[in-house]
Design a protein around this ligand. Structure first.
Ligand code: SF4
Length: 233
């Protein structure tokens, strides 16, 4: 089996709860959404990059392992577009993996959920304009979250907040998550302020308000993209 992979590189995780961990990033090609804040446009083209077999991917990862290696990040694009390949790869090669997903493909997630140690799942807001059917996307995100929670994966979800994001919009979506999740004690929410960060320096009150409304329902962390501050990949 083969999969189209845009790039494979070693760096430091700059987002979410594994922030600071040295990882090998496997960026799969193609995505099924089109978010207005997307910072990996090179990951969206399904034809970009090269075709890899399981063995070629194993060799590429192995060549990038350093003494501080923590795990492999399966990212994109949307890695679950390649769920059959990932399943076959992880059944052969036993790496600790972080799945970075948009949560829109629960049936694909089900194929690999037992093989994944960590998962970061994006919750999209209607203002992200990721899809023309936001209700359906949100339903699938909840289904994916419950699947990961039931399998006891180390899971957090993430919301990218834009200068235009309203505190009430965050409150409304987090309360819906709270009501639909099977075990809320297993879920943390990362609030990720978008670029430019200067906006949030000037509007820190709004960031605190967002953290407070999420904190009414869920364990919450506010973390910007640290790799961009360090100017690394
Ligand atoms: S889901 Fe992720 S990779 Fe796909 S368009 Fe949205 S931000 Fe970009």
């Amino acid at each position: 089996m083969k999969a189209q992979i845009n790039e494979i590189f070693s760096s430091i995780q700059g987002e979410g709860k594994l922030i600071g961990r040295r990882q090998v990033f496997v960026r799969f090609s193609g995505c099924n959404l089109q978010c207005n804040y997307c910072d990996t446009p090179q990951g969206l083209d399904p034809t970009k990059g090269s075709s890899f077999s399981e063995e070629q991917l194993f060799n590429s990862i192995n060549n990038l392992i350093t003494p501080d290696f923590h795990s492999v990040s399966l990212t994109g694009g949307e890695p679950l577009l390649h769920a059959d390949f990932i399943k076959s790869f992880l059944e052969k090669y036993d790496f600790d993996c972080l799945l970075e997903t948009n949560g829109s493909l629960p049936d694909e997630l089900e194929k690999i959920v037992e093989l994944i140690k960590y998962a970061s799942l994006d919750i999209k807001l209607p203002e992200h304009r990721s899809t023309s059917n936001w209700d359906n996307l949100f339903k699938n995100e909840l289904k994916s979250l419950n699947l990961l929670i039931d399998k006891k994966t180390n899971i957090y979800c993430k919301i990218v907040v834009l200068p235009s994001t309203k505190v009430d919009a965050i409150k409304s979506i987090v309360s819906m998550i709270y009501n639909e999740i099977s075990d809320i004690s297993r879920l943390s929410m990362v609030i990720q302020p978008s670029d430019p960060l200067d906006y949030w320096t000037e509007n820190s009150k709004k960031l605190f308000e967002i953290s407070e409304v999420v904190g009414e329902y869920l364990d919450v962390l506010t973390i910007p993209q640290v790799h961009k501050l360090l100017k690394i990949r």
